[in-house]
Design a binder for this molecule. Structure first.
Ligand code: SAH
Length: 313
């Protein structure tokens, strides 16, 4: 079925403008270049065959291929792009193409679709995205099928890497493709407690920030993915240590309580496992520190500790 046909003309530009206005009002969209990207890229084209154009501009995630692939909620896409800090001319890698929408936004931000590389596990989705890219004149976006945990097949180097599936580690092979001074962003699952956006900077060492924005993503799959880390008390300590530094400033200010409750409920799940441990740590947490911290990873990319002293520069 062709959505939008049958006399059901829809002014998608107007719908897009309204979506953008709503996200600006929420405080999630700020940067002019990103606002411009969201105003230009037709989300409904990336969701064709899945739902009517009008619904493509509602702030909701959309299933692209059940149950493995979802086009993220526009608000989450916006939040991640605002955090990724893409500048014109940068080479960017996306892991998890799905609909291709985010890759198209990235193409807008880099100013050249040829600078955008996107890798997707599902071969049929690669084909689908490729067709839509050509339909929109974005055929120079490189899209390939494969396991993004291993990075881009030809070992390119990228100034920015954005993972759009949930991970519980930063895969060393993937990170080796991040340029010095580069930024990688991922929905990071903290030992099954919660998933928050982790922003990582690569310099001599790895530095990072946890962005106080709980999200839900489909998990990364593939041979390299490894078994999910199960919480144990020492790992919980890390999560709590991070959690205590979160600033509860949800950009969508209409739902600060939603954010609080979501983190609290996830925390309570842990309390049941080890109440005294949590209570002690909860009390000890708190004093705000610099938002950036040094990240220590195990050899297989799992975050094992954080260091608060020092500064990134
Ligand atoms: N960026 C997308 C949303 C991504 S959904 C958009 O704008 O629409 C996450 C995607 O990651 C899914 O399509 C899933 O198939 C894919 N994926 C899962 N594991 C992967 C892996 N190891 N490598 C590459 N892609 C993967």
């Amino acid at each position: 079925m062709f959505w939008g046909g049958g006399g059901q003309e829809v002014d998608t530009r107007k719908l897009r403008e309204n979506m953008v206005k709503r996200m600006i009002k929420l405080g999630v969209l700020k940067t002019p270049a990103i606002i411009d990207a969201f105003s230009s890229v037709p989300r409904h084209t990336f969701l064709q065959g899945l739902l009517p154009p009008r619904q493509a501009y509602v702030d909701k995630p959309v299933m692209v291929k059940y149950p493995v692939s979802t086009a993220s909620q526009p608000q989450v896409v916006a939040y991640m792009l605002e955090s990724l800090d893409v500048e014109p001319g940068m080479k960017v890698l996306e892991v998890g193409t799905a609909s291709g929408y985010n890759a198209a936004l990235l193409a807008h931000l880099t100013g050249d679709p040829g600078l955008v590389y996107t890798i997707e596990y599902e071969e049929d989705l690669v084909e689908r995205a490729r067709e839509i890219f050509s339909e929109l004149g974005l055929e120079t976006i490189s899209v390939t099928s494969g396991d993004g945990a291993r990075g881009w097949p030809d070992g390119e180097i990228f100034q920015r890497i954005i993972i759009t599936a949930e991970v519980d580690r930063f895969y060393p092979e993937l990170l080796s493709q991040l340029a010095r001074g580069g930024i990688a962003l991922a929905p990071y699952n903290f030992y099954d407690v919660t998933t928050l956006i982790l922003r990582l900077y690569k310099s001599e060492e790895f530095w990072g920030e946890v962005l106080p924005y709980p999200v839900s993503f489909v998990p990364l799959r593939g041979k390299e993915v490894g078994t999910k880390q199960k919480a144990d008390s020492s790992l919980h300590r890390i999560w709590l240590s991070l959690g205590g530094r979160l600033r509860f400033s949800d950009p969508s200010s209409h739902r600060p309580w939603g954010l609080f409750l979501s983190i609290l409920s996830q925390w309570l799940k842990g309390v049941k496992r080890d109440g005294s441990f949590y209570w002690k740590n909860w009390q000890e947490m708190g004093q705000p520190s610099s938002r950036s911290f040094k990240l220590l990873f195990s050899a297989d990319g799992i975050l094992t500790d954080v260091e608060w002293r020092g500064s990134r520069e």
